[in-house]
Design a protein around this ligand. Structure first.
Ligand code: ATP
Length: 579
């Protein structure tokens, strides 16, 4: 018997009502266990408020105005009435519920999901009307509670407080019988990055399914990440033997998949960004000698042979005027890794092996280059290379292990890669990438704007965002405009479930964690006012003298600096010397 959408709606009601992490998991486990494998796949996407993996097109293309039209014709009410209710309630899902659907609870999960796919795929002339018609049709068959969730999903505003991580944990219990398997499952997710596909495979085969995932063309893996140290000699402690030191470019991470004539560029957030960088795709087509391959690198903006700042590159992340900006802000990709070559996964090959294959796969050209570097076991050589890189205007270096264990580990921030930046070298302050979760209204000259942003670090253990600092300085006029635009769609009426805030810090406006900003700070101190690390240490941790640096469009909220990293920095840097 196919599962009915009404059961999914009751499951969502249950999830909405709980705040405890464990209780949430229990509810997830119970529901997922009763589903067929194909329903597990669909339900995983829907529960995260989406209709597919990140790397596929998941936007339905339904604006709120279009959804209002669908609600009005499904419920037979005037636009004025619906708009008035929306103003009062602030949630069109709630409005659809209160206007009452007339369906008889016959809809199945599959039916609703396939309607969403049809809405997404409606394109060309008259596509808006087609989308509205499809949505109206399904709303007519929906009960009030079902209509609420259909609208929220269609608008990308489901927000149940369920993170990818919570689902993976639930899969471990539901399909492999033990939470102890969660790391194996997480590793598979870092490779396949399709939560629905992974859930379906686990439901069918249990833990054995984790063995079936390897890198595949057209499906990005999570990027491997780098650790940080406080002093250069520490690099030698962590990477004994030969070190491959490479230039560190401050741009945007890019994973290129080539499958014959088909080339796709993926961002660090796993989105398909090929359309935004047509010159890289064209150049890669000529420079790559292999028939099939997956390459990892960093795209930077370059003018007159000089590498330009990250902010300039971010202007290339646009939907419109791509041709104009392609000329205005040309780019170059520096490749530093190869993960797949002519039918073979290279994830389990050592770095020196991969590097050799990379060099033989690429023809250096104006827009496609190999990352520069030196290999040595001597600290003075590494230090000299670092200084030379900084002089060239680069951010610093990435020191990479060359030992037999130097495999490519998707999604891992391990000691095989260590970053060393000029800011660290100058004993300057640290930067943190934090999720904006709230704002305080401005006063005086800041009236009508925010006075400060409440920012959170990511706690990977419980998949929550814990506040760490309140940033009130460093904003230019342009920043205010850009931040307002980026934060508006994330506004939430009440505290988002994944966010932890102390009572003393409640903001005027809440935001769903979605926007990441880079913040410079002077010192990490104990603080009862912040939630970061509170469940590990007795007190919370706070960043003092924070200053806004830039928006990080290239990072999603779960890419924010983790609480674990903050605890490590706090221990090392600010521990008082023993007397
Ligand atoms: P940061 O904010 O310090 O750039 P991050 O959090 O964006 O760091 P990290 O993994 O901590 O990411 O730093 C490594 C990043 O540096 C990589 O994600 C990649 O985008 C970039 N990078 C630039 N040059 C290289 C290189 N030669 N090898 C690996 N990564 C590089």
């Amino acid at each position: 018997m196919p599962t009915l959408f009404k059961d999914l709606a009751s499951f969502y009601d249950e999830l909405e009502a709980v705040s405890s992490h464990l209780k949430l998991r229990e509810i997830l486990v119970r529901f997922f266990k009763r589903l067929s494998a194909s329903e597990v796949k669909i339900t995983a996407y829907l529960t995260l408020g989406t209709i597919g993996p990140h790397y596929e097109k998941t936007e339905l293309g339904i604006a709120e105005k279009m959804a209002i039209r669908a609600v009005c014709s499904a419920c037979d009410v005037s636009k004025e009435k619906a708009t008035k209710l929306l103003k009062q309630q602030g949630d069109l899902g709630g409005v659809a519920e209160s206007l009452g659907g007339r369906g008889k609870n016959q809809l199945t999960i599959q039916q609703v999901y396939h309607t969403f796919l049809a809405v997404r795929d409606a394109s060309g002339g008259g596509s808006q009307d087609k989308k509205i018609q499809l949505l109206t049709g399904i709303l007519k068959s929906a009960s009030p509670a079902e209509a609420k969730y259909i609208i929220r999903i269609a608008l990308g505003k489901l927000r149940l407080g369920v993170a990818d991580k919570s689902l993976l944990d639930a899969f471990a219990i539901a399909f492999t019988g033990s939470i102890d398997n969660k790391e194996m499952i997480e590793d598979s997710y870092n490779v396949c990055t399709d939560i629905g596909g992974l859930g379906e495979a686990l439901a069918k085969k249990g833990i054995k399914a984790t063995r079936q995932f390897d890198i595949a063309l057209g499906r990005p893996v999570q990027s491997m990440l780098a650790q940080r140290v406080n002093e250069v000699p520490e690099i030698l402690e962590k990477i004994p033997g030969e070190i491959a030191a490479e230039e560190k470019y401050d741009g945007e991470r890019m994973q290129i998949h080539k499958d014959g004539a088909r080339l796709i560029a993926f961002s660090r957030r796993l989105e398909n960004i090929s359309a935004q960088y047509p010159e890289i795709i064209e150049a890669a087509r000529k420079s790559i000698k292999a028939k099939t391959t997956v390459l990892d690198g960093e795209v930077v903006a370059v003018k007159n042979g000089k590498i330009m700042p990250f902010q300039l590159l971010m202007q290339r992340r646009r939907k419109y005027n791509i041709e104009e900006y392609r000329v205005k802000i040309p780019t170059v990709i520096f490749l530093f890794d190869i993960l797949y070559l002519n039918g073979e996964s290279l994830l389990k090959r050592s770095y020196p092996e991969r590097k050799k294959l990379l060099a033989s796969t690429i023809r250096d050209s104006e827009r496609v280059k190999l990352a520069g570097g030196v290999t040595s076991a001597r600290i003075d050589v590494i230090q000299a290379f670092f200084e030379k890189s900084v002089k060239r205007g680069l951010e610093g270096i990435i020191a990479k292990s060359t030992g037999p264990e130097s495999l490519y580990k998707p999604g891992k921030r391990g000691w095989a890669w260590i970053k060393w930046k000029k800011e660290y070298a100058q004993g300057m302050r640290e930067t943190f990438d934090l999720a904006v979760v709230g704002s305080y209204a401005g006063k005086g000259s800041r009236k009508g704007r925010f006075g400060a942003l409440l920012c959170a670090a990511y706690n990977k253990q419980n998949a929550q965002f814990e506040t760490f600092t309140k940033v009130g300085s460093g904003f230019t006029e342009k920043d205010f405009v850009q931040l307002k635009k980026a934060l508006h769609p994330l506004e939430a009426r009440t505290k988002p479930k994944l966010v932890r805030i102390e009572k003393t810090m409640l903001p005027d406006t809440y935001y769903e964690p979605g926007l990441v900003i880079e913040v410079l700070g002077a010192e990490i101190t104990d603080s009862p006012n912040h939630a970061a690390a509170k469940d590990v240490l007795k007190t919370g941790l706070a960043l003092r003298f924070p200053r806004f640096i830039r928006i990080r469009k290239d990072k999603g909220p779960t890419d924010a600096t983790t609480v674990k990293e903050i605890i490590a920095l706090h221990k090392k840097k600010y521990k008082k010397p023993a007397r």
